[in-house]
Design a protein around this ligand. Structure first.
Ligand SMILES: O=c1[nH]c(=O)c2[nH]c(=O)[nH]c2[nH]1
Length: 285
């Protein structure tokens, strides 16, 4: 019985393409997870080790990022159609291309009733939490939120840090700052708290402070958010944060003759910086 090659296809899965449109101070963001796949007559690559008809998956990745700049992303559909046509055009042995796109939706952070120019919060996904501990003497209430995903497309730098012989990170004057915030705040024991109103107010204050504070590091942003909460809420004794620094690396498009002044990024999922801090009142320490 002969053995033959059955159906096959290949491509680059899960390119995390982030496109910022920054032609005016009011930025736009498109955040995509893009998977490409080519099918056609690629038998020789499987049976003879012949790559002459194989457009590398690395090239498919490059095209996904270059097209985010060159073609733009007016919609996932329009971008996917353009990308698929290009991949087929570049691959004579291809008979078909599948481009699968997931788009993550971002809303502008509301500050004083208006959407901020360059600070965004990801739609959905966040979780409200509380842990209540009771003794015969009373209750401790720690409330918070998890996975509040926020991003600012400018107004963030990280530079003049300690360097040693293993340091390669360049100074960043203008970078994307993004995190999936976890915050836990402890209420003053016995305080008469309107839990729902306070939750909404703290959440809004965290978002507004993230949006409006120029960030020299995620550490500074967390401290600013914590201070804002403690200043506004006498009934909160302390707040703790855990914030993964969701790195967005600028994509080098220069090999394709394209400039990339802070417009096309690859969103890396790991490793990530993990910044944790508690902001407290002096009397609590
Ligand atoms: O905001 C930041 N804080 C850090 O401590 C750090 N370290 C790093 O490599 N990038 C960043 N960014």
């Amino acid at each position: 019985m002969g053995i033959v090659l059955g159906p096959n296809r290949y491509g680059k899965a899960e390119n995390r393409v982030v496109r910022i449109v920054r032609d005016t101070p009011r930025h736009e963001i498109r955040d995509l997870n893009v998977s490409t796949s080519l099918r056609g007559d690629f038998a020789a690559a499987h049976t003879d080790g012949d790559q002459s008809q194989v457009l590398p998956t690395d090239t498919q990745k490059n095209t996904a990022f270059a097209y985010a700049k060159q073609h733009g992303i007016s919609s996932p559909e329009d971008y996917a159609l353009a990308l698929g046509s290009r991949l087929l055009e570049a691959t004579p042995a291809g008979t078909g291309a599948t481009i699968a796109v997931e788009e993550y939706a971002w809303d502008r952070i509301e500050v004083d009733g208006a959407g901020h120019d360059h600070a965004f919060v990801r739609r959905g996904g966040e979780v409200r939490t509380t842990t209540v501990d009771l003794t015969r003497d009373g209750a401790t209430v720690v409330s918070g939120l998890q996975d509040l995903v926020v991003l600012k497309s400018t107004g963030s730098e990280f530079k003049d840090f300690l360097r040693d012989e293993y340091t390669t990170l360049p100074d960043a004057d203008d970078r994307i700052l993004a995190t999936a915030l976890r915050a836990d705040w402890r209420y003053v024991p016995g305080a008469d708290v309107d839990w729902n109103t306070t939750y909404d107010a703290v959440r809004a204050l965290l978002l507004a402070t993230f949006a409006t504070t120029y960030s020299r590091a995620l550490q500074e942003t967390l401290y600013a958010m914590g201070r804002a909460v403690l200043e506004a809420h006498d009934d909160i004794a302390e707040i703790s944060f855990a914030a993964p620094n969701k790195h967005h690396h600028l994509v080098d498009l220069s090999p394709f003759g394209l400039e990339n002044p802070g417009e096309v990024f690859i969103a890396a999922d790991r490793p990530y910086g993990l910044i944790e801090a508690t902001v407290t009142r002096e009397e609590e320490r």
